[in-house]
Design a protein around this ligand. Structure first.
Ligand SMILES: [Zn+2]
Length: 71
């Protein structure tokens, strides 16, 4: 489930991670895929949609991250 993230906040998070995946460091522009924003502390656990709680992940790492959390 994805939350609405304001465009300006998205821009700040992208800049923080240099438009690359926070985990594998692959640059979004090189993959042709759209990377996703995710909450470091999940919203289900009270994580807020703030700059400090957001990271940027490619679809592969996003999937791994979700699998880890769901175990
Ligand atoms: Zn990745």
């Amino acid at each position: 489930m994805s939350a609405y993230i304001p465009v300006e906040l998205q821009r700040q998070v992208r800049a923080r991670f240099f438009n690359a995946c926070a985990y594998c460091r692959t640059a979004e522009i090189l993959t042709g895929m759209t990377f996703e924003f995710e909450h470091i502390k999940p919203r289900a656990l009270g994580g807020e949609t703030l700059f400090e709680n957001l990271c940027f992940a490619c679809p592969n790492c996003k999937t791994i991250f979700v699998n880890i959390l769901s175990k």
